[in-house]
Write a protein that binds this ligand. Structure first.
Ligand code: B16
Ligand code: MG
Length: 217
């Protein structure tokens, strides 16, 4: 049997931390007098912290020195981490444990491929840190999604060929990264948004055991 591996994005796939990112960015935008809505927040999904700040500054037409950017990035992250500190296993998205347990039972390596620099902390809070065989996060990658780097490193870490990897992603850039890596991309979210994915499910409750078994063939 070919050695398969499954790679999961974090925010929007394992947990819904987008709502906490939004609250923290919204506070910063309000302080700077920039209008920032939940709709605007969609643009930040899967995007790095620094790039997210640039997008918000662009929305408001605000220029800022590099020093001030660093100060605001630090503030935003501290604010975000105060929400993360309240997370528990109950914050894991529906049926994620079922899928992870299915893969474990079949001895399939599981990796994380996230843009977040807080990934390990979040996994620890929700009790999933030890289930992953490899973790690749924002501290390890130099090129952001849609560049395939994050997923290629994850495949390497679990000794699987890219073409034998399955990626779960909620962001367009993440689906593009998986496709570029020649991995099988599965979108978690809206079909209209994630149409570049090979398969799209609204959430994990829609993914059957039969479907997972087919992926293992
Ligand atoms: P941090 P993912 C991404 O996580 C988020 O979707 C994105 O909104 C965030 O800006 C990025 O992580 C960086 O996060 O500030 O924690 O380093 O979807 O790649 O798991
Ligand atoms: Mg995501």
């Amino acid at each position: 049997m070919t050695k398969k591996a499954f790679i999961f994005d974090l925010d929007g796939v394992i947990v819904d931390t987008a709502k906490f990112h939004f609250l923290a960015w919204k506070k910063l935008a309000d302080d700077l007098g920039i209008s920032f809505t939940e709709h605007d927040n969609e643009q930040l999904k899967g995007v790095s912290r620094v790039r997210s700040l640039e997008i918000i500054l662009n929305l408001g037409g605000v220029n800022m020195t590099e020093t001030d950017k660093l100060i605001h990035l630090k503030e935003k992250n501290e604010d975000y981490l105060s929400y993360i500190s309240e997370m528990t296993h109950a914050d894991v998205l529906p049926d994620v444990p079922r899928i992870l347990n299915f893969l474990k039972a079949h001895h399939i390596p599981i990796a994380l491929g996230s843009a977040s620099k807080n990934a390990k902390q979040i996994l620890e809070k929700v009790g999933l840190l030890n289930i992953f065989d490899a973790i690749v996060d924002g501290n390890e990658v130099s090129k952001a999604k849609p560049d395939p780097e994050v997923f290629l490193i994850a495949a390497q870490k679990v000794a699987a060929k890219p073409e034998n990897c399955v990626v779960f992603e909620d962001a367009i850039a993440g689906i593009q990264a998986a496709n570029q890596a020649k991995m099988l991309s599965i979108g978690v979210g809206e079909k209209e948004v994630l149409h570049q994915a090979k398969y799209v499910f609204h959430d994990f409750t829609e993914i059957s055991t039969e479907f997972l078994e087919k992926l293992l063939d």
